[in-house]
Design a protein around this ligand. Sequence first.
Ligand code: TMP
Length: 204
Amino acid sequence: MKKGLFITFEGADGCGKTTQLNLLKDYLISKGFDVVITREPGGKGLGEKVREILLNYDGVVSDRCESFLFLADRAQNIDIIVNPAVEQGKIVLCDRHTDSTVAYQGYGRGLDITEINMLNNLATHNKKPDLTLVFDVDIETSMQRVGQNKDRMESAGKEFFNRVRNGYLELAKQEPQRIKVINSTKSIEEVFENVKEIINSYII
Ligand code: TMP
């Protein structure tokens, strides 16, 4: 593998993606790969400040304002973290990316998906992930995993999360080459076996 890889992890809250991302990071490092992890919203520096607003601000946030904050964070993540690392041949594992905005702000909040796609392209300069893993769980399981201590996004309700989940499944149907859906109701170990099966075909 000469050039770097950009792999994104997606799914509704409580789907287990962050646990799998960390397992994959350790696995890839043990195989000798240079790995960078990042997340949206977040990453580092300014991105973490935007995350704090998005998840914890307790006043009114319009749906469009929410979208633009996610997109601003995305531009920063792509410019400062993702692109430089991929250009150096590293494997970047990113916890959420463009598909989150389509699933949450598009399918979840009901904003226009064509517009979101345009804005996503602006924020990323048209860079696309090489691979996206969607961790799929039923809403009951994901809500149970989230627990009682919910942030602003996690408090959006069951109907919202049903739309988000269906949004991800719809996206996977539209782009089966890039987006792989993994059944994430199974044990952490079983899910990770599926992750490895998919990843191995990219890194060998
Ligand atoms: P998490 O990645 O730690 O689960 O939290 C991020 C929250 O932000 C999660 O509820 C999904 C939400 N989100 C969006 O609504 N749109 C986005 O574009 C992104 C990146 C995240």
